[in-house]
Design a protein around this ligand. Structure first.
Ligand code: NAP
Length: 490
């Protein structure tokens, strides 16, 4: 594959993925007058997670003023927590407002990329055989883009339809059907209440109960919308207040995780008010510290589980049969449709793309013990590769958009450096190691290390996904690249 010679002149920047990260960086490049970039998007249209996750009830659990770009404010969100169609429309609006459509090449899944040291260029090939060259390669694929299908014996035997929440089959009418749902994470707690009213029976297979709190959601009044349109600073004020509120929660995640015990007490009182059936309440009571897995918010999840046509099954799943799901006690739970709310292969990051750096080093090999990157962005041995929302930059307490907006200027500064006579920049190994030791040390004292399994860790138990501090502290770290951290090859 390496001998394909690209016919086009090399690009300055090639971005992989047209979701929030890739589009946000593209908007920033445009604003700086940089036109020599292209976004490769594996799907037929842009939108990332907000294109993929179109399941009923999908919404963002971060308020929309905070979950939107500070440099592309929207003053007319219909609700505090906008539903997926509105967020997806916002993404398309960003593309239109910044004329990005011609810069996006859809149906272009990157198969491999290798760093041609002699030319100081990334050579990129897509699965359809097209090839590209670029001085810098930016991964903007996110952490949650590949559905995780559980390895349960017998799934191929199931006679009915089955699909993953991120690949929702809108063509399948669930009305009057017996539906089995596996998983009780952030996705399931949104789609379960949305489908309960139409199904005949819903069996929810729960391996670990979640902490689900009340969602402070409401529609914005016409008066509020008019005020924000008249005085856009009011939207900024609301965003700022929401930021401070969310950031303050970080204290309980990684400064004083003991505080979560107090919060658990108030959760248990809330659960008692929500679920009157003692047996169901016992099933829904988590036995691990609050915050260790993502804290969820919903006003209709617990009420949905109390409906007569819903059964919560906490018995382990043994196998899937032709007609349903069989649990460890030998019972077969009949189902016409099986829905996987089982999450994503979050710790795989850029896999299955083959990324080869200096000396042919393969990224998945460099990361065999778990992904890590300097500031979540740069990886030793992979010069001029920049990762957005990379290792250890996910959050449990605030908006990822804020993290992305910390990463954009950092990457732009690195790109500027490449225009100043530097052929490539490669983060130094000792610097990367020291950074990661610090990150891992902080995580050891966080609530994520207090005894639970979560997608924040890889199979070996290494925390590859979360940032272990305040987002303003990450912003300080990423404000200016420290060039002494890099080998600058001229
Ligand atoms: P998830 O949080 O990883 O939840 C997956 C669920 O499937 C868990 O309950 C898990 O149980 C269960 N599961 C996985 N494999 C299983 C198996 N073999 N047998 C039985 N149960 C199994 O996935 P998600 O709900 O899709 O959410 C992933 C992340 O996406 C969230 O944490 C969040 O960051 C993001 N998200 C955000 C929003 C939002 O509103 N912003 C909405 C949806 C998703 P265990 O807990 O026991 O592993």
């Amino acid at each position: 594959m390496h001998n394909k010679t690209p016919h086009q002149p090399p690009l300055q920047v090639l971005i992989i993925g047209a979701g929030f990260a890739g589009l946000g960086l593209a908007m920033r490049l445009r604003q700086q007058g940089q036109e020599h970039f292209l976004i490769l998007e594996k799907a037929g249209e842009p939108g990332g997670t907000w294109r993929d996750n179109s399941y009923p009830g999908a919404a963002c659990d971060v308020p929309s003023h905070l979950y939107s770009f500070s440099f592309e404010p929207k003053t007319d969100w219909s609700r505090r927590y906008a539903p997926q169609p509105e967020i997806f429309a916002y993404v398309r609006q960003c593309i239109d407002n910044h004329g990005l459509q011609p810069k996006i090449r859809c149906n272009s899944e990157v198969a491999e990329a290798w760093f041609d040291e002699e030319a100081a260029l990334w050579r990129v090939t897509t699965t359809d055989g097209a090839s590209f060259s670029a001085r810098a390669l930016v991964s903007a694929c996110g952490q949650l883009n590949r559905p995780l299908y559980p390895h349960i014996p017998g799934v191929e035997r199931f006679a009915g339809a089955s699909f993953h929440s991120a690949r929702w089959r809108h063509d399948i009418d669930l009305t009057g059907k017996r539906v089995a749902v596996i998983g009780t994470g952030a996705s399931a707690i949104q789609f379960v209440p949305a489908i309960v009213p139409k199904v005949k029976q819903l069996t929810l297979f729960q391996r670990t109960p979640a902490y689900v709190l009340a969602k402070p959601d409401r529609a914005y009044s016409r008066f509020e919308l008019a005020l924000m349109q008249r005085w856009p600073w009011m939207q900024k004020l609301d965003r700022g207040l929401q930021y401070l509120y969310h950031e303050a929660r970080g204290v309980a995640f990684f400064v004083l995780p003991g505080l979560m015990k107090l919060m658990r007490g108030s959760f248990l009182r809330y659960l008692a008010r929500q679920v009157s059936d003692a047996g169901l309440r016992a099933k829904l009571t988590p036995d691990y510290p609050m915050g260790c897995k993502r804290i969820l918010i919903s006003n209709d999840y617990y009420p949905a589980l109390a409906q007569p046509q819903v059964a919560v099954v906490s018995e382990a799943i043994r196998e899937v049969s032709e007609h349903g799901v069989i649990t460890a006690d030998g019972r077969e739970h009949a189902a016409d449709v099986l829905i996987y709310g089982t999450g994503f292969t979050a710790s795989d990051f850029l896999a299955p793309m083959q990324i080869r750096g200096l000396g042919g080093l393969e990224l998945n090999q460099a990361w065999k013990d778990g992904a890590e990157a300097y500031k979540g962005i740069s990886v030793n041995g992979f010069p001029n590769l920049f990762i957005l929302y990379g290792p250890n930059t996910n959050l449990g307490h605030n908006s990822i958009i804020y993290m992305l907006e910390s990463q954009f200027p950092y990457v732009l500064a690195c790109l500027d450096k490449l225009e100043q006579g530097v052929r490539y920049l490669d983060v130094r190994k000792p610097v990367q190691d020291a950074w990661n030791q610090r990150v891992q040390h902080a995580i050891e004292h966080s609530v994520w290390e207090q005894g639970c399994n979560s997608w924040y860790k890889n199979a070996a138990g290494k925390h590859t996904n979360n940032w272990s501090g305040f987002t303003f502290s990450y912003r300080r770290h990423t404000r200016h690249p420290d060039w002494s951290a890099y080998d600058l090859v001229r």
